[in-house]
Design a protein around this ligand. Sequence first.
Ligand code: MSP
Length: 670
Amino acid sequence: MARFYVTTPIYYVNDVPHIGHAYTTVAADALRRFHALLGEESRMLTGTDEHGLKVEREALARGKSPKEFVDDVSARFRETWPELEVESDFIRTTDPAHKAFVQDLWREIEKRGDLYEGEYEDWYCVGCESFKTEKELLPGNLCPLHNKPVERLKEKTFFFRLSKWEKPLLSFYERHPKFIEPATRRNEVVSFVESGLKDLSVSRTSFTWGIPVPGQDRHVMYVWFDALANYRSFLGPKGGAEARFWPPGGRVVHLVGKDILRFHAVYWPAFLLAAGYTEDELPSQVFAHGFLTVDGQKMSKSLHNVVDPRHVVKVLGPEVLRYHLLRAFVFGPDGDFDHAALLERYNADLGKNLGNLLNRTLGLCAKLTGGKVPPRGDLGPLEHELAQTIESSSAAGRTAWEEVAPHRALEATWAIASAANLYVDRAAPWAAAKSGDTARLSTILATLLEALEILSVMMWPALPSKSAEMRAQLGLPPVAPKVGEDLWPARLTGPGAGRALGEGAPLFPTFDKDKQAALLAELAPTRAGAAPAASPATNAPADTAAPSLAVAPSTAAPAVSASITYDQFSAVDLRIGLVKTCEKVPKKDKLLRLTVDLGEAEPRTIIAGLALTFAPEQLVGRNVIVVTNLAPRDFGKGLVSHGMLLATGPSEALHLATIDGDVAPGSRLK
Ligand code: MSP
């Protein structure tokens, strides 16, 4: 029985999930589902890569212990994927079973003689968690991928005898031409190996956040040695039940970004060979995809354009995002995640093409066949034409999924929807109804219903819950793959006469230009901490307004900022204040000048942008919450603010933060 095991890279926890991670993860989920449809025993693995210098430094920068930090961020990854309808196993490199497996792998390689002790000195990029040769660096000793300075590292280390595996790897690539895909990437890897492999430093002594080298307390393992092993460690020891998914019993496909192909296509098989795995026990394929830019720009925290997949899901639902990721990008080259294109594709492919086909067909059935699947009579030339498209497109879709080309698979699937829409126009069921040709009418509608049923199966890997909704409308149960049963459709066969159809409802409601503009505004990238939606600080320079989204105000709350430590929080001195006096500031429409009792010898002067919402007299005598240790802000003309009030909302409709009960001025909030 065929078995299929697909993996994503395990993600570093120094970042939160973004659209690039979602891209691979959704693709892996869709592939797993496709193989399940074929009746294969299939599973998927994703997870988090939690050791190494990069993670240790990030944790320290946030004032947390590495363990606390990785627990938090790993949970964010784990929670995100089900929201995108990804059904996957999840591994953490801090799992004890993983650690034990990796230590065994180390021992095995050591026993076979491919690990030795030495000293290493070279440039190291913490972003890549990888040594760099002089040749690879940009002027100024910058890493070409991260554009950041590399560090000089010199330390005692264990070396892995990578050089020994140069020839075996080259002959393995030769014998397994599909091991690295796409072909252009394969050529890059082959040239890299041909140019000579140096032994690899695989342990570190300058930090401790890693898996200890067995019997060598001062050394922790190189993070890539630890991380790559996750794919195999998850399945447990050789001979165990789960190990059946590993070759030769199963087919393993690693999906990776182009930046980490070398680790997967060179180091990983070399580690396995050195540990005694045979060529038949190496992964079946490493498939490298390109990088996504966002609206034409590289994604970066400093540009505030990092797309949070959960935000897109909140606005449009998971399936629209899944469809776009799988359909818009050729799996291999780089692509651009363009928000306007996402909405257009939604309207065109999902709303107008597939959604309309379903609506039209069910509408006609409700009127003309009593809400049941009618019997199918003889097929005419139009039906034969449609049948041919179904046959060729379902075969093309199957091949495309098998070749890890989701965009082609969906193109083939949607070719059936387009052909069926054309068929309705040409077969004109309404004309058959008008002339009383019931047999012809039944044949047309039965053909359409079956085309929809076929579509509901072929779309399932990409759009599982929309497939279920569609099938409910067609009076069918959700797609339920079974091991050993191939459910992929091949042709029209004409089943189902007499089946009661379900209630019709728009599957993908389309929207007009205004709605599109509003959605675009709502979709504008909001990364954790990027920018608040409404002015939070009433003493921000009122004329320039507090930082806010560069788009129309959204109804959705902005993403929650990245976590801070308690110490960082407590550095902000928040106190209860009592407003003693308040007056307008001449020639400044938005500003009020307040004096606020904070339990100090004198009330403080605070300038706040409250005048569009409040008349001065409305504020006197009110309790407010004040940030008291913000540096004073000079508004010019002798106006200096010595604190900031907390509020939310647009400038014309602000709500002040306050406190319940009778609290003494100057009381601290914590
Ligand atoms: N932890 C390692 C992988 C270890 S696997 C044994 C790692 N993690 S990562 O979080 O930095 O990157 C994970 C994946 O995200 C990589 O495949 C990388 O290519 C991918 N992407 C990161 N940014 C991306 C885009 N902008 N677009 C598409 N994928 C991108 O590397």
